[in-house]
Design a protein. Structure first.
Length: 146
């Protein structure tokens, strides 16, 4: 049986600051402490702020973390697409701290389709996969494999 855990108010405040795309953040913490939660919320806020999906790059250490983040963001965008305006407004208020206007609600509902239509989808990879993408073009003339 799962017990609800109490999260200290200062932790919640730190997570909200780290999820704010208007500030630079380095998120380093122990396993299970909420890093994926925070970074997923940051991606959602970037998308809400009209950053194109193909302009966002998320890097994690493990394939499992990358898959979890991709699932969380995609699942949440799918939920938003189906929510009524009142429920969505409440979600966005919780996420951003601001009551959304009609344009923001409309954008939130369109983000799922936008993310699906983006060639290659959301770029959420491991650091190693990203490094491989960077060096792959360099191996063409070297005769070596990446």
């Amino acid at each position: 049986m799962r017990q609800d855990l109490h999260i200290a108010p200062e932790t919640v405040d730190a997570q909200k600051r780290a999820a704010n795309p208007e500030a630079h953040a380095w998120v380093a913490a122990n396993a299970g402490s909420g890093k994926t939660f925070v970074l997923s919320r940051r991606v959602l806020r970037l998308l809400l702020d009209s950053v194109a999906p193909d302009e966002i790059l998320c890097l994690t250490y493990t394939k499992a973390a990358a898959a979890e983040m991709r699932a969380r963001v995609t699942d949440k965008l799918g939920e938003w697409a189906l929510m009524d305006d009142v429920e969505l407004g409440s979600e966005l208020l919780d996420l951003t701290g601001h009551r959304p206007d009609a344009d923001k609600l409309r954008r939130a509902k369109q983000l799922f389709a936008l993310a699906l239509e983006t060639p290659g989808g959301l770029k959420i990879n491991t650091i190693h996969a990203f490094a491989e993408l960077c060096v792959a073009p360099l191996s063409i003339g070297s005769g070596g494999a990446v």
